[in-house]
Design a protein around this ligand. Structure first.
Ligand code: C5P
Ligand code: MG
Length: 174
């Protein structure tokens, strides 16, 4: 019998889509983007925060965003999605996990987002208590193809790595 431990790594994948409409703000990773269109949804519709939330919940095997923050509950109307993200990470931490890194892609035809890369990374890093070098955000257009390319919606994809100290031996994999 030893008290040695292994570090167990879990990857998590998240994806989300929201419609682009007039009269709504465009908020990505908690940062307000200058735009004539914004994202429609029950909460603030921060598609990037939602994808990262699902990636964290997925890696920790804790279901998905709708289980914890259902869009049928008036409590979450116009909710600040960065607060939901922080709460999701708190659930993962309670289950023994810490975030190692996150990498995300926003797919949006316009506006150009690259000038917002640093503010978005800083906002996410601050929300999650992560070093800036562990938070990557990328941007793509859809080359004019499909609903995203036609400017009718925006998507986000995210991957995270969580780490957990696990007992050495086969029990760690049960
Ligand atoms: O989609 P595409 O490959 O043409 O994007 C080229 C580059 O434009 C991306 O790598 C990204 O740096 C930038 N981009 C952006 N804002 C977008 C879409 C793409 O800054 N909404
Ligand atoms: Mg969403």
């Amino acid at each position: 019998m030893t008290n040695q431990t292994n570090v167990e790594y879990r990857m998590g994948l998240g994806w989300d889509v929201h419609r682009l409409v007039t009269g709504r703000p465009l908020i990505l990773g908690g940062v307000r983007i200058a735009s004539d269109f914004g994202l429609d949804g029950h909460s603030d519709a921060d598609v990037l925060a939602h994808a990262i939330t699902d990636a964290i919940l997925g890696a920790a095997c804790l279901g998905d965003i709708g289980v914890h923050f259902p869009d049928t509950d008036p409590k979450w109307r116009n909710a600040d999605s960065m607060k939901l993200l922080a709460q999701a990470y708190e659930l993962a931490r309670q289950a023994g996990f810490v975030l190692v890194n996150l990498d995300a892609t926003v797919i949006l035809e316009r506006p150009k987002l690259k000038d917002y890369r640093l503010p978005i990374r800083e906002s996410l890093a601050s929300c999650l208590g992560l070093g800036l070098d562990r938070v990557s955000v990328k941007f793509k257009t859809a080359e004019g193809v499909g609903p995203v390319g036609e400017g009718r919606s925006a998507e986000a994809q995210a991957m995270v790595t969580l780490a957990k100290l696990a007992p050495r031996g086969n029990d760690a994999l049960r």
